[in-house]
Write a new protein. Structure first.
Length: 183
């Protein structure tokens, strides 16, 4: 009788150990860690043409549309004063900017390309606007410096500064500077 119960105990212990060995002990990740992610080194060094140009235009337009939706979302959350949702959404935006937007805007050629320069500028202005909503004035300043450097001499280029609003690039930068000081 004793031998049978000790065999049962050993079997039960082995079963418990094997079932709990597969359980993960890691805590769930609530924060995105995009700073540690590095974009691939291979990037286009020359302007694209044909289908590749169309694909890049599509990616920039899609990202710009996403940014417009994100701006509307964060403005809605601010109107409702939903601090928890703003905090969570800001973490998402931070990850989106780091994982998707930064690699997309990394190349310099698209800022000089006649068909993509306006889209590139609009996307950078939308990024700066979102950073203002996220209360990130230092990062916003970095984006504004990048805009000034990439689009030097094109101050009269027409860009979007909000839904259904357009202005010259120089005027858009003045408005962004005012927003940066306020945040």
């Amino acid at each position: 009788m004793m031998r049978r119960s000790s065999t049962w105990v050993v079997s039960a212990l082995a079963l418990v150990l094997t079932t709990t060995a597969c359980v993960s002990k890691r805590a769930p990740v609530y924060e995105f860690e995009w700073e540690s992610w590095k974009a691939p080194a291979a990037e286009e060094s020359a302007p694209l043409g044909g289908e590749a140009l169309s694909q890049m235009r599509y990616e920039l337009e899609r990202a710009h549309g996403d940014m417009a939706h994100y701006r509307a979302t964060i403005e809605s959350l601010e109107e409702r004063r939903d601090k928890d949702a703003i905090h969570l959404f800001t973490a998402f935006l931070d990850a989106y900017i780091g994982l998707h937007l930064q690699p997309l805007l990394q190349s310099e050629w698209q800022s000089r390309h006649p068909e993509l320069a306006s889209l590139d500028a609009n996307l950078r202005i939308a990024q700066a606007e979102l950073l203002a909503h996220m209360h990130e004035p230092a990062r916003m300043e970095e984006v504004m410096v990048e805009i000034r450097n990439r689009f030097a001499g094109r101050d009269n280029m027409l860009v979007e500064i909000g839904p259904n609003e357009q202005a010259a690039l120089s005027d858009a930068l003045v408005q962004l500077e005012q927003r940066r000081r306020e945040s």
